[in-house]
Design a protein around this ligand. Structure first.
Ligand code: NAD
Ligand code: LMR
Length: 326
């Protein structure tokens, strides 16, 4: 007998990231080639026609794994029975803005969505927040869903992790598949810290393969500001790479990472001195459908300072949205 379908909700379904994600989800890239999916596309009235168009194209793609597509602007219907929720729907920044500048415009989206997830989603729901500022939006959603275990709320720093691996591989002229042990710490913002202390390229320490001065200077800066670089060069914010990273995140969460680790923003349980509850990026592995932070990594003074600066920014964002925290 075939598997029961998994219900996946994607918010912002008429937008550019969703357009790059939905067809891959329906093709089985996220949950596996034998896992049927039912899609719920949640939009606001301004975006619903675009989402309806995407639904037409999903039908026309005749994906064997796709059981059903529902388009809705009703938040309760959008999260009813959902197992996996990708919270993408939010305004993107434009040139000259920081992601934190979006807090006022986007923060208000995530309290009602957290409440709807709390009230209507399946008991095994897993949530990935992509809409910026992703860490603090995830905190808002999580705090409005008191009946859902906090660890089920995550934010996307897999894109930063993939960038950290890709930019290192390009610089040293190695295939990206040879890069292991990258860690992204902190906020999905320019204060994030892509850390190569424990990274290897083809089994050799990254700090031997590349110049340490480059790693701690231009490299960290380039990875941390890659989102702005994409906006500058492409004219709008990253879409296919963000969709791909979201799919990587959920696939690894559900199906496991094995021994290699990746980077995930999730509510801190005090790891590495990060205050409890802050949605902060850590290196983590997944097994049995649960993330476990890699807890025993050594951290020198430079790295600890970088993490502390990003945590301070997360604390300031949290304090700015106090009234939304349920
Ligand atoms: P987009 O403008 O193309 O699409 C956003 C869609 O969300 C629009 O169709 C809009 O109608 C919809 N929307 C707005 N409010 C909504 C709500 N309350 N419920 C449901 N839908 C809603 O934007 P995009 O390029 O797809 O980016 C979406 C978000 O993802 C932005 O905030 C962007 O900054 C962020 N982003 C995050 C990362 C990351 O790594 N965390 C990477 C790329 C982009
Ligand atoms: C990214 O990192 O590409 C996204 O967060 C979009 C942005 O505003 O930088």
């Amino acid at each position: 007998m075939g598997k029961n379908p998994v219900t996946v909700t994607v918010t912002g379904a008429g937008g550019q990231i969703a357009y790059a994600a939905l067809f891959r989800i329906a093709a089985g890239d996220m949950l596996g080639p034998d896992q049927p999916v039912a899609l719920k596309l949640l939009e606001i009235p301004e975006g619903v026609r675009a989402a309806e168009g995407v639904a037409l194209e999903l039908t026309d793609s005749a994906f064997p794994l796709l059981q059903n597509v529902e388009v809705t602007t009703d938040i309760a219907a959008g999260f009813d029975g959902t197992n996996v929720a990708l919270l993408v729907g939010a305004r993107p920044r434009t040139k000259g803005m920081e992601r934190g500048d979006l807090l006022e415009a986007n923060g208000g989206i995530f309290a009602p969505q957290g409440r709807a997830i709390n009230d209507y989603a399946a008991s095994d729901v897993r949530v990935l927040v992509v809409g910026n500022p992703a860490n603090t939006n995830a905190l808002i959603a999580q705090r409005n869903a008191p009946d859902v275990p906090a660890e089920r709320f995550t934010a996307l720093t897999r894109l930063d992790h993939n960038r950290a691996a890709g930019i290192l591989a390009e610089h040293v002229g190695a295939p990206v598949a040879d890069v292991e042990g990258v860690s992204v710490w902190g906020n999905h913002s320019p204060t994030q810290y892509p850390d190569l202390t424990h990274a290897t390229v083809g089994g050799r320490p990254a700090y031997e393969v590349a110049d340490p001065e480059w790693i701690r200077g231009p490299y960290v800066e380039r990875v941390a500001k890659r989102g702005a670089e994409i906006i500058e060069v492409r004219g709008s914010s990253s879409a296919a790479s963000a969709a791909g990273a979201s799919i990587d995140h959920i696939r690894d969460w559900v199906l496991g990472t094995g021994e290699r680790w990746t980077s995930v923003a999730l509510p801190s349980e005090g790891w590495y001195g990060v205050p409890e509850g802050l949605v902060c990026s850590f290196p983590a592995r997944s097994s049995g459908g649960r993330w476990s932070v890699v807890e025993d990594l050594s951290m020198d003074e430079f790295s600890a300072g970088k993490l502390a600066a990003s945590v301070a920014e997360l604390e300031a964002e949290r304090d700015a949205v106090e009234e939304l925290l349920g």
